[in-house]
Design a protein around this ligand. Sequence first.
Ligand code: GDP
Ligand code: GDP
Length: 438
Amino acid sequence: MSKPIVAIVGRPNVGKSTLFNALAGENISIVKDTPGVTRDRIYADVEWLNMTFTLIDTGGIEPDTSDVILAQMREQAQIAIDTADVIIFMTDVRQGLVDSDSKVADMLRRSGKPVVLVVNKVDSFVKMMADVYEFYNLGIGDPVPVSANAKLGIGDMLDIVTEHFNQEEFEEEEDDRPKIAIVGKPNVGKSSIINKLIGEQRVIVSDIAGTTRDAIDTDIVWDGKEYVFIDTAGLRRKSKIKEELERYSIIRTVTAVDRADVVVVVIDATEGVTEQDAKIAGIAHERGKGIIVAVNKWDAVEKDDKAIYRYTEKIRMTLSFIPYAEIMFISAETGKRLPKLFEKIDMVLANQAMRVQTGVLNEILTEAVALQQPPSDKGKRLKLYYITQVSVKPPTFVIFVNDKQLTHFSYTRYLENKLRDTFGFQGTPLRFIYRERK
Ligand code: GDP
Ligand code: GDP
């Protein structure tokens, strides 16, 4: 089931980041060794009354002149319209209504997307309420007063935002066809891969009309099996600002990855693996998705018999946080090894859905503990009593222990490797949760 997406739009300095941080707060799931995910965070999962949604801050860099501000706000609003299910349009009661607010409000209204008009910096709900009414003039509904700084009115705002979620839509997306997101930097060959696959597929499936978000989905039938490819290249922005482009590419990646079962991270062989690739792969890792690293344009590389070995080493090093990822070398241009992509996808899907019986898990745990002592602190040693698998996609295990404080990531990694030695689990991350049993 995919999560609803909520985007915050508004002029610079109205308080978008402040609200984002207030909402994301401790919900930001920080995966320690994932590069880029903790820095410059522009998306986070937020929980409110049993509902989870992905919050996106579309605000980028700070422009200095007012015409640039408007151009950029339009661009942000367009990103929100393209990607979000609900848009929070933020204004500032201290500055009052500004011309660019009205222009952006018009644009949002025309999109037909649910918009929640939030008036920030209402630090006193008694004294400042009169100034809030002015915002009715925008014609996009009731202004919702908040103070992001003081965390006032946030609960009421979240109630209104979540009321807009069309629960059915998110439950209905539960179709059985595997969803594959093709992600990667601009120009690595994402569209070329999808076009080649469409050209070679053995049955043509017509486009299924749906919501805007489905419009960039492509159905591909391979060996009698249907796959849905989610293309992040489909919607292309033409911003000249590098930061803006990167931000947009990250937002597109997050929303696509969220809906996917397996993520294909495309790398340009002629360029080699980069930090931006690591950032993108980090999103898939953090969200527990199956990962295949596809090194594209392999036709354009000067090769000797060790080239694949060298490239693999380099990728393993730069993407060291996903040692489980499958790596393959393809060419969208010649079509070389593209059919193999489906074999890998099927394998990763199977591994993501694999369930291991509790009895077998505990045998492995017992043996692992006997081979290598668990960590200890101040004379107290970690005891691992019991392990059981609680879910799939990704496979998630609960381990009952005497004291959670004594657990250590290096020992968890050791246990993970033991499980992988036996079951492989290639292409999928594994999750471990510790619970105390006294
Ligand atoms: P952004 O550019 O829209 O992301 O705005 P920021 O979140 O960076 O906030 C801009 C400024 O407004 C900062 O100095 C914040 O401290 C301030 N600010 C944010 N929320 C509030 C609020 O509720 N009340 C007041 N008085 N100031 C706020
Ligand atoms: P996207 O932005 O990731 O969707 O990248 P495109 O699919 O638009 O490809 C960017 C450029 O790389 C285009 O000029 C393609 O022709 C080229 N390209 C894509 N795949 C390959 C490939 O396998 N080999 C070579 N030599 N060029 C490729």
